[in-house]
Ligand binder design. Sequence first.
Ligand SMILES: [Mn+2]
Length: 474
Amino acid sequence: MAASLRSFLEELGERLVNIHDQVDPIRQAGVLASESLHPFMLHRLSGFPGWRLCDRLLADRQTQALALGASEKSLVPYLAERMFKHGPGRSVIVSDGPCKEVKRLGKDADVTQIPVPIHSAGDAGRYIGSGVTITKDPETGVRNEAMIRALVREPRRIPFWMAARHNWRHYQKYEARGEPMPMAYAIGVHPGYEILSNYSGQHDTWDELELGAGVLGETLELVKCETIDLEVPAHAEIIIEGIVRPKLREMEGPFGEFTGYRHGAAGPAPVWEITGITHRKNPIFRHVQATLFTDHQVLVSLPMAATLYNRLREVHGFSEIHEVYIPSWVTMFVVFVQMTPRWEGQARDVLLAALTSPNLHPKIAIAVDEDVNVYDPKEVFWALSTRVNPEKDVIVIPHERIHPLDISAPRYDEAEVTVMRIGGKMAIDATKPPTWRQKDRDTFERVKPMGAEDGMLEKILARLRSRAGKVSAD
Ligand SMILES: [Mn+2]
């Protein structure tokens, strides 16, 4: 069976919380998605009979591992191995697919008839944040995917923020030719494909959907669009097709983003003119609530962590990297690296590599040793407190390009559709002295309470620890 949103929902089994109460998706789904700690499905949507809505499919490490076919314990190393050693998989074009069960083309297409929520109070309107955005390089014919936000306020006219670097490059090429760019959204695909569509590294001969096929170990089925020259995933719940004319701009934003702020990118934006919508029968709208601590961060931080894991291991020819962790509670601007430094300066170079990568997000990078639980903020702060001498272990780098939505740094050129911000970055080396100075390193060996290795105490310890609860990766 092809990997689809529905196959994943089946795999979730009892983890999926089914809600049969009547819910207004436009005005009530935002807070439900924001607060939920579980994958959930809304079965009765006011004003949208026949539709369902789901979100928080990647609510924790367990569901993330399920989406990628990985184990919880080695999620990032596994993903890096599938992405960079195994590599992209194959795709095949088929003549028909479930995404075409219902067709609404031309003037029959109306995006407002899809249960798209308002994410946050103060947003410019309803926003699609869950569309895997598909464009094609007009010179090479290679597709690109990313997930970008689109403002739904008219049936067929949608301003959208062109933050993603590769889609934007495609649009620049179409603009230079004076031609409209075909663009499609695939909404409601297997979350493995959603995750990989947020890969930001270079790709000249394959696209992010094929990278997803490689990670999931299947051949991806694509179908041709009805109204534009583009291929889309056959098993998607919803496909939206359209064109983006050159030079045309409309105001877009504000929109409450993954940073927890609504400002940062509002301004003139390209306009997507909808030419057709196709969807499955009894369609499921996959929502991605774009506020703090939601799927939004995870969708981007997982491929980013795998990309960094792969990249950091190459520093100095070989660096012993155990984990790269970008929790949703740091808004993707902070990267934790767990490593064993061998040489003097190695941790610092690893951190500098983490701050200059395909992703603009990392602004602060922190390295800790293998004896620090990188998933536990208390442990990381302990390492910061006791292993950092700020006058030598903190590097501040001025005047770097930083993430467009990081409003702590000033914005340049408000007239452009993509946002440019320049600000500082910081590396903090909270590792012990490197292994080549073993004696100095041994000074930082952690003390263990007496009896820590006494197996006879396990039952008593379990009772005594039960109130605190263990911190694990989110
Ligand atoms: Mn790309």
